[in-house]
Ligand binder design. Structure first.
Ligand SMILES: *Cc1c(COP(=O)(O)O)cnc(C)c1O
Length: 385
């Protein structure tokens, strides 16, 4: 006789929904009643919540994390002739935005312990671009990969020295903190994504830009509505349709009260994983003073063959896994030309990003995982070592 165990979810949006279904239904019903589907009162309310939670002075709701990055870069006038430095080991959206604007993404290697921007490599590539003199070093996009804050004080210092714009891609990191300060106030601006599986997710696409700078916040508001001025039919600049809609804002408002507890639960899950797997496989390293949001939980296997074995064992045990990311961005066909263009004399290799793509494996991570479920995942991993 076999007992049936509840299948383990990689991300679990149903458990959360069950807790707040009434609030979500009521929030959506309110939007249906007042009918202001665009720029309704829910948008301002969630912007206030996001500012309060992060400590940023201004929050501007936008249509996705990708659009948050794009609007933040448009506001700086970033475009042709500009080099934008970003990690080679991240989600594609980080690199796509500079290219869409006509700028050139320059891929930077990551730190082997934190998987975030390697500051020495960043400084080296900025110096190379400067020396070649073809492109202007304009911006750095730091990514808080898997929820772990990047080394923001160092990124800010380097940006200051070279007059570059520092943009935090915190799409995976909302809720993470550095020396007790939540992400949202590092760099000049922070981009958030509310894609459903992020630490704060809506039921569709959504995002926000956080900043302490009132002028930037005003520009973001203008750019998200076609570059409009004080009146609706005054067009001051080239913008886009990049608004957060009222129904998604209503969903986020219902979820906001859970966020603190969910972040604590994610930390607990990470602690259980560490207790079960630490010392057996390479588990995530969290430097002193960093608090991860634990958006994604990723281990490293010794090599690609070892990872395949673990993946197969997990699949056989009915445990989901995922690879974030199987290919470094400089190897993606869409970015190969940009990679060759960024440093014309030939970019230095990106060995850590390449190695991580072969060895990383992400395990189920969400706030509603129980200790027994974590034990089942860990046992499946250990069975293949
Ligand atoms: C999810 C994600 C984005 C894009 O967010 P969308 O809301 O899906 O547009 C950008 N950067 C990173 C690192 C992400 O994980």
């Amino acid at each position: 006789m076999s007992t049936t165990l509840r299948p383990i979810a990689f991300f679990d949006m149903k458990a959360q929904q069950a807790l707040i279904r009434t609030e979500i239904d009521a929030g959506i019903a309110r939007v249906l009643d007042h009918g202001r589907f665009i720029q309704g009162p829910e948008v301002e309310a969630i912007e206030a919540d996001l500012a309060r939670f992060s400590g940023a002075k201004h929050a501007v709701g936008v249509s996705s994390g990708t659009d948050a990055l794009q609007i933040a870069m448009m506001a700086e006038g970033i475009g042709p002739g500009d080099a934008v430095f970003l990690p080679a080991f991240t989600y594609t959206a980080t690199a796509e935005v500079p290219l869409v604007l006509g700028a050139v993404p320059v891929f930077v290697d990551v730190d082997p312990a934190t998987f975030n921007l390697d500051l020495e490599d960043l400084a080296r590539r900025v110096a190379l671009v400067e020396r070649e003199g073809r492109l202007r070093p304009r911006a750095v996009i730091g990514v808080d990969l898997y929820g772990l804050p990047a080394n923001w004080p160092a990124i800010e210092g380097l940006c200051e020295k070279h007059g570059m714009f520092a943009l935090d891609d915190a799409a995976q990191g909302f809720g993470g903190a550095l020396h007790g300060r939540r992400l949202g106030t590092f760099g000049h601006a922070t981009a958030l994504s509310f894609y459903p599986t992020k630490t704060l997710g809506c039921y569709g696409d959504g995002g926000a830009i956080l900043t302490d700078d009132a002028e930037r916040a005003e520009l973001y508001r203008s750019l998200r509505t076609h570059g409009e001025g004080k009146s609706r039919y005054e067009v001051l600049r080239t913008g886009m349709n990049g608004r957060l809609d009222s129904i998604q804002a209503a969903v986020l408002l219902a979820k906001m009260p859970l966020l603190d507890g969910e972040l604590r639960a994610r930390r607990q899950v990470a602690g259980w994983y560490e207790a079960a797997l630490g010392g057996r496989v390479a588990t995530p390293q969290v430097p002193a003073g960093h608090d991860s949001a634990w958006g994604i939980y990723t281990i490293l296997l010794p090599d690609a063959a070892g990872r395949s074995r673990v993946q197969a064992a997990m699949q056989a045990a009915g445990v989901p896994s995922a690879i974030y990311y199987p290919k470094p961005l400089h190897h993606q066909p869409a970015y190969a030309r940009a990679h060759a263009e960024g440093i014309a004399a030939g970019a230095p290799p990106l060995p850590i990003s390449e190695s991580l793509c072969e060895r990383c494996l992400s395990l189920p991570m969400h706030p509603y995982l129980g200790e027994g479920e974590v034990a089942r995942v860990a046992a499946a991993v250990l069975s293949a070592l």
